[in-house]
Design a protein around this ligand. Structure first.
Ligand code: SF4
Ligand code: SF4
Ligand code: SF4
Length: 317
């Protein structure tokens, strides 16, 4: 996806020259391979620093809540759906945004690449993409890997790779995938309640309560998160399994009907916990119960703030 870089620079240069926006939120190349980072810029001289490739996985919608200025934001499919949700939640208005849409081919998982290369006892110095191949180089080697085998887990099952709203696209729309998103969730649903408890307890066992997953999420924008509150204290602050699981369960419920499965939480987790297993289950429930997918339609109200007489209500019987 490196080919998008020049187009992004061209668009941003024009927007700043014509004073269409006050600033821009995009990416610049990271100082270590496969770790590009968000880049906030206001000046034309900074345009050459803008960058794009398959390691721009951070969801830039995370930097939009409560902004007062007008910004251009580079948005993949999931970022654009997150923007739609934030507009519905009155965190930003459409008029404040110039959306530079990225038809997304999926972000790559640096951990999988490290695992492949390190098992051969090698350190990586550079990674490039070429014709569907990832070319990994180190001191004494160069290795070609098939891109499709190294997609982030959420990207491999993404159904909305193209931006749902945008002002300008950086390339042709990509074909959308038709794929079963919920195979793993169905496997968990089929477990007994004891096994499910065991599964989620084990899943969260390595959690160190660093909150990187929360901080990377565009929908965790509460001025005071329930885990930081001390009067009253809703949940213990330790890494005792009960406290940890309570944090994850409550966070997941706060994201019901809102999560766009952008994968930012999982990418941010320093110990590699699959936190999306919580949010994906609720995503599936909301889809099945209300026929709703978060952020797909601008202007559509989310099911949890809408009342329809025909809504399922078995749970209150
Ligand atoms: S979730 Fe979809 S839109 Fe988002 S980075 Fe992955 S493939 Fe792209
Ligand atoms: S919970 Fe994770 S996958 Fe869902 S929107 Fe937040 S960061 Fe993205
Ligand atoms: S990022 Fe990982 S370790 Fe940190 S709180 Fe979230 S799940 Fe736990």
């Amino acid at each position: 996806m490196f080919e998008y870089t020049e187009k992004i620079r061209e668009i941003v240069k024009r927007l700043l020259q014509d004073r269409v926006v006050d600033g821009v939120i995009g990416f610049r190349k990271g100082t270590v391979p496969m770790m590009n980072h968000p880049f906030f810029m206001k000046h034309i001289e900074q345009v050459p620093q803008l960058y794009w490739d398959s390691w721009c996985g951070v969801n830039l919608a995370n930097y939009l809540p409560k902004r007062q200025d007008k910004v251009a934001v580079v948005a993949k499919g999931c970022d654009s759906r997150s923007i739609v949700v934030l507009i519905a939640e009155n965190q930003i208005t459409r008029d404040q945004l110039y959306i530079i849409g990225i038809p997304c081919k999926g972000m790559l998982d640096r951990r999988k690449i490290y695992d492949t290369v390190r098992t051969r006892g090698r350190d990586i110095t550079d990674v490039m993409e070429r014709d569907g191949l990832i070319v990994v180089t180190g001191k004494d080697f160069s290795l070609g890997l098939d891109r499709n085998q190294y997609l982030q887990e959420n990207c491999a099952i993404c159904l909305h790779r193209n931006p749902v709203i945008y002002d300008e696209l950086v390339g042709e729309m990509v074909p959308e995938q038709e794929i079963d998103r919920y195979e793993d969730i169905r496997a968990i649903e089929s477990m007994s309640s004891e096994k499910r408890w065991e599964y989620f307890s084990k899943l969260t066992e390595p959690c160190i309560r660093c909150y990187a997953c929360r901080n990377a999420c565009p929908f965790c924008y509460c001025p005071q998160c329930f885990v930081d509150e001390s009067k009253p204290q809703w949940v213990g602050k330790t890494i005792d399994p009960t406290d940890t699981l309570t944090f994850h369960l409550l966070r997941a419920f706060h994201l019901a009907g809102r999560c766009t499965d952008c994968g930012s939480c999982e990418r941010a987790c320093p110990v590699g916990i699959r936190v999306r297993m919580f949010t994906k289950k609720l995503e599936k429930d909301v889809k099945e119960l209300y026929g709703y997918e978060a952020g797909v339609q601008l202007g559509e109200r989310p099911p949890l703030d809408t009342y329809r007489p025909e809504d399922p209500q078995d749970f209150i019987k």
